[in-house]
Each structure stands twice: as C-alpha cells, then as structure tokens.
Design a protein around this ligand. Sequence first.
Ligand SMILES: C[S@@+](CC[C@H](N)C(=O)[O-])C[C@H]1O[C@@H](n2cnc3c(N)ncnc32)[C@H](O)[C@@H]1O
Length: 189
Amino acid sequence: MFKFLIEFFKNPKCIGAVAPSGRFLAKKMMEPVKFQNASCIVEYGPGTGVFTKELVRRKNNKTKLIVIEQNRLFCDTLKKKFKNRPGVYIVEDSAENVNKYIKKLGFEHADYIISGLPFTSLPQEASESILKETQKALGRKGRFITFQYSMVKRKFFEQYFTISGGLLEMRNIPPAYVLVMRSGMAQNK
Ligand SMILES: C[S@@+](CC[C@H](N)C(=O)[O-])C[C@H]1O[C@@H](n2cnc3c(N)ncnc32)[C@H](O)[C@@H]1O
C-alpha cells in the first residue's frame, strides 16, 4: 500500500491511483472469464498484483498468463511473488508491445486481456496505441476487461470495441465499473 503511494507520487499519470484495487473489485474482474476454456490470458498494469493473485489462483496450470507491467519496482515485486507459478510470465514492458509476447509463446491471439491501466490519466497517444494493439491481440473472439471509476472513456473505448457487458462494484473505494468488450466497433480507426 505504502509502496503504491510512493510510486504514485513519482509518476501520478502512469500509476493513476493512490492505492491498489480492493479484493471485491478483483473478484468482479474475474466474473466474465471462463477459465476452463482459456489458453492465453494477458494482464496489463498489475501494480502490486491484486488481480494477478486471483488470475493465478483460478487459472489452469496449462493456461499461459502474460503479465505486463511498466514500473520496474512493481515488476520486480511481482516476479518474486509469483516466481514458481506454472505458466506465469511477468514482463517489464509497455502494454503496447502485447503482441510480441503473445507470439513468443506461440499464440495468434489471447482469449482475455484484463486491464488495470489508468486510461483516464494516460497520454492519449499511448492509450490509442494500446487499444489498437489490444484489438489485434484479441482477434474476433477475445474479450477485453477493464475497470473505470466513471464512464467518461466509454466513447473512446467504443471506437475500438463493442461493450458487451458492465458490472458495478460498490465495495471498492471508489466504486468501480467493470467493462467487458469484444471486437466489432461502430467506428473503427
Ligand atoms: C491504477 S494502477 C492499477 C494496479 C492494479 N491493477 C490495481 O488495480 O490495483 C495502474 C498500473 O498500470 C501500470 N501501467 C501504466 N501504464 C502502463 C503501460 N503502458 N504498460 C504496462 N503497465 C502500465 C502502472 O505502472 C500501474 O502499476
């Protein structure tokens, strides 16, 4: 928690929150995932690993989980936390490079991308690039799952995806919406 706050003060736009998400939101983020059928799951922006913990606990040993975190300190902590877990690949990089890691493991597409990225504070260019790469990474069947504290970015997401579901988690500070998206956008870029 303290580590998170320090990293926030060093780089507020990139970290995007003063504290990690709570466990209720972590569980809500998992609800749309059919773990039995997933071969490849990607997580963006895990921070201290609140969602990673749930993903690792629920996934099959055969399912590959690619965890992409840009912050070195968080990345090092995650590598220690999940070091002996089968099929877990933690990489220090930007989510924009997701396709490189999916291909490296021999997949064409990921089944799910779970995102903790702060799209409301990230630079517009970076957000656009991440969403374009996410579209490619998911192909026609994959699902993109992210949480937001407000719906201000809804239209932005809809330039790339169709929002196929929404879940509200009140037991988080602040309350958060979980958005589930799939390919098939109204106005593709
Ligand atoms: C709001 S925090 C969320 C952390 C965690 N998922 C949670 O909910 O508690 C956002 C995280 O995204 C990471 N991040 C920001 N931009 C990124 C990028 N382009 N690629 C990968 N990670 C990024 C930050 O370093 C930070 O750890």
